[in-house]
Structure formats: structure tokens, C-alpha cells
Design a protein around this ligand. Structure first.
Ligand SMILES: [Zn+2]
Length: 296
């Protein structure tokens, strides 16, 4: 009987963890499914395959006074949310692309990781949003990235080059050597700036994994680290209701909601999104660009 109770507990805990995001846990366990885990093939995507697109954005430098710019030299500051007194909330979408995911594209196992349906919903709902882009995703999907940059209500932010971990044990994301961390983020910033649009100096760590060493490594870049306070739990979700409930039950003024615009690894986010936006507005909360929520 005791053994059976223990087994039930283990299953319950495992199930709970499996429903959470690699980008959504503050203190991740050593090994569990992450955003680069092998995934089923996405059906119905119109995005061209790997190599079909070539990034050729026009150069446009980031002006001074860019949202998220932090004093240089000290460890990068970390924020989770904005003012609780207003009515603004930030819908943020991570665009992950790892080496393992690229291997799935090359082999044809996955057709596309770009969830254009998320952009369709946000456009239809006229909802401001902020996108944390990995360098690899921008290179793989320049048209998707240009579409984001063209929307004046959408903000661009940095999510590392190849979505590797910045701490020794960040799910199964591997780790960037500390000496290469600043270079990885700078490289991504250069790609991001090339797309123009509404630029920011916000950075989100892959898997939200950071420690004092990682924050110090990024200290000279003048960036603000954004974790967030509402985990949507959309990676590998099959049930849009659970995502809707997770967001609407946690969101309050100043909240930063963590979601994903990656198809296949977050396949039902677009189905949850109309109800999330309607539910927020019913609560008197209005989506806004991250810089406005954080008061930059
Ligand atoms: Zn991520």
C-alpha cells in the first residue's frame, strides 16, 4: 500500500513537471523534456524548409534610449513584472531553435517550427506583444521575423543564439562556456538589430536558467534580463484549456506572460490565445509591449 502511494506521488509529480515549460521553470531539475526534445512532425505548415530562406535584413542601429538598456558593468538586472497599479500585461513569446531542432528540419522529421498562426491571432486581436528571438530562429525564418518587425505594436528581444543553457544544468540544453556567453548574446543582438522595427535591450535566458556567474557574464552588455511571473505552460501542451487557465488564473496588472511562437514544440498556443486575450480584457487587463509594462 505504501509503495503504491509512493508510486502515485511520483507519477503525479512527473506529470506536473511534464506540463511545464523549459522556459518556464525557475529551478529546473537536472534532466527532463526540454524545448529541443524530439517532437512529432507538424502538419500543415506553409513555411519553407531549411535553407529556403536567407536572412537579408537591412542594417539599422539600435538608438540610444532603447527599452531595457541597463547600466553596464554590474551583473545584468533581472525583472519579473511591471507595476501592479496599472492595467497593462505583457504577452511574450519565445522563438526557440536549437541544433537538435535544426536536425529535425534537415531530416524532414519536422516541416517548420514557425507558428505563424500565433501572429495571425495577435494581428486579428490587435494585441501588442513582445518576441524573444533566438539567433538561429531568425536565420531560419527571416520572413517570420520581418513580419514581427513590421508591426508597430510588437517588440523584439533577445533569447540567445542557439538556446543553449547558461548554467551547468539547464534541462538538457547543454551549456555555453562562460567565456562565450557575452559573445553569444551580442551575436544575437546584431542579428536582431538588422531586422529593425521596435528593438529592445531585453534578454531572456533559455529555460530561464541563470546564476550569478551568468548575470555577471552579461553585465557589460547593458541588457535587462526578463524572466516573467506567469508561466503559460504551452511547450508540448495538447490541451489549450490548460494554457488559458494557467494564464488567466495568474495574470494581474504588470504581469509578464511567458508563451512560445514555436510550432510543434508548442503546438496549441494559437488555439489558447484568443481566449487568453479575451479573458485578460474581461478582467480589465490590456496587453501592451513589454517596455510599456516595465515602464521603460
Ligand atoms: Zn526558450
Amino acid at each position: 500500500m505504501r509503495l503504491r502511494q509512493f508510486a502515485t506521488l511520483v507519477i503525479t509529480v512527473s506529470t506536473a513537471l511534464a506540463g511545464l515549460s523549459a522556459c518556464g521553470l525557475k529551478t529546473p531539475p537536472a534532466s527532463r523534456p526540454a524545448n529541443n526534445a524530439p517532437s512529432p512532425v507538424a502538419a500543415g505548415s506553409a513555411e519553407p524548409g531549411p535553407g529556403a530562406e536567407t536572412a537579408s535584413p537591412a542594417a539599422s542601429p539600435v538608438p540610444s534610449g532603447t527599452p531595457g538598456a541597463a547600466p553596464k558593468g554590474r551583473p545584468a538586472p533581472v525583472v519579473n513584472n511591471g507595476s501592479r497599479s496599472g492595467n497593462k500585461v505583457a504577452l511574450t513569446f519565445d522563438a526557440d531553435l536549437t541544433e537538435a531542432m535544426q536536425a529535425n528540419l534537415r531530416s524532414g522529421k519536422v516541416k517548420s517550427y514557425a507558428n505563424t498562426r500565433v501572429l495571425d491571432v495577435l494581428e486579428a486581436q490587435k494585441a501588442p506583444a513582445t518576441f524573444f528571438m533566438t539567433g538561429k530562429f531568425m536565420e531560419q525564418y527571416p520572413d517570420f521575423t520581418r513580419r514581427i518587425a513590421k508591426n508597430t505594436g510588437w517588440e523584439l528581444a533577445n533569447h540567445s543564439y542557439s538556446h543553449k543553457g547558461f548554467t551547468p544544468k539547464c534541462y538538457d540544453l547543454g551549456q555555453i562556456p562562460p567565456a562565450q556567453m557575452a559573445g553569444d548574446v551580442s551575436r544575437t543582438a546584431k542579428i536582431l538589430e538588422g531586422f529593425g522595427g521596435r528593438q529592445s535591450k531585453y534578454f531572456r535566458f533559455p529555460g530561464l536558467c541563470h546564476d550569478p556567474a551568468a548575470l555577471s557574464a552579461l553585465g557589460t552588455l547593458g541588457m535587462t534580463v526578463v524572466d516573467g511571473d506567469v508561466v503559460g505552460g504551452d511547450p508540448f501542451a495538447k490541451n489549450a484549456d490548460a494554457i488559458v487557465n494557467a494564464v488567466l488564473s495568474q495574470a494581474k496588472p504588470g504581469s509578464v506572460v511567458i508563451l512560445h511562437c514555436t510550432d510543434v514544440t508548442a503546438p496549441v498556443t494559437d488555439l489558447a490565445l484568443p481566449r487568453i486575450i479575451a479573458g485578460l480584457r474581461a478582467k480589465g487587463l490590456e496587453p501592451a509591449p513589454l517596455s510599456e509594462v516595465l515602464g521603460a
